[in-house]
Design a protein around this ligand. Structure first.
Ligand SMILES: [Zn+2]
Length: 166
């Protein structure tokens, strides 16, 4: 049972239709909803007037050149201020957009600077400090999961390297 069993409300219905119909116009992958103010912050200033006031979808297909889309409106990767981390050729690959921290920085902190915990990594790299992910991260979501993922990856590599040396 959801809230739309109440006849005066049709919110569940409308969101499911919305999600279903919003696939990327180029690659046909299902996108991820991103708030309008996030899109406005990420799109290059010269295209800002084309954004309008609606929310957009982010194409999450790593192979696709589309960044945001909404109906006929499409903004490609080159029309954005920052590379989208989930695209395969993102360079640099930011894990924390607020602190401009890359996956490499996280690796460095663990492998070269000896960080052993997540909070040490954040301290060394400046990740997760001053979080304004809603406007800085192209997905509009907090970067904590991505930073953690990079940290865990670095710890595994670090452990393997130690094992090889001993
Ligand atoms: Zn696409």
């Amino acid at each position: 049972m959801n809230c739309c069993t109440n006849l005066s409300c049709s919110c569940c219905e409308s969101t499911s239709i919305e999600h279903f119909s919003q696939v990327c116009p180029i690659c046909k992958h299902q996108g991820m909803l991103v708030k309008n103010f996030t899109v406005k912050h990420i799109v290059l200033d010269e295209y800002l007037s084309q954004v309008g006031n609606e929310d957009y979808f982010l194409c999450t297909n790593p192979e696709c050149d589309v960044g945001y889309y909404k109906g006929e409106n499409v903004f490609y990767k080159y029309q954005l201020k920052v590379p989208i981390w989930l695209k395969k050729d993102a360079n640099p690959k930011y894990v924390c957009y607020c602190g401009k921290v890359t996956e490499e920085d996280i690796m460095d902190a663990v492998l070269k600077k000896g960080a052993e915990t997540f909070s040490e990594v954040c301290k060394i790299t400046g990740a997760m400090k001053d979080c304004k992910c809603e406007i800085n991260n192209p997905t509009g979501k907090c970067c904590v999961d991505i930073v953690k993922e990079a940290f865990e990856k670095a710890m595994i590599i670090g452990k393997e390297t130690k094992d090889c040396l001993s």
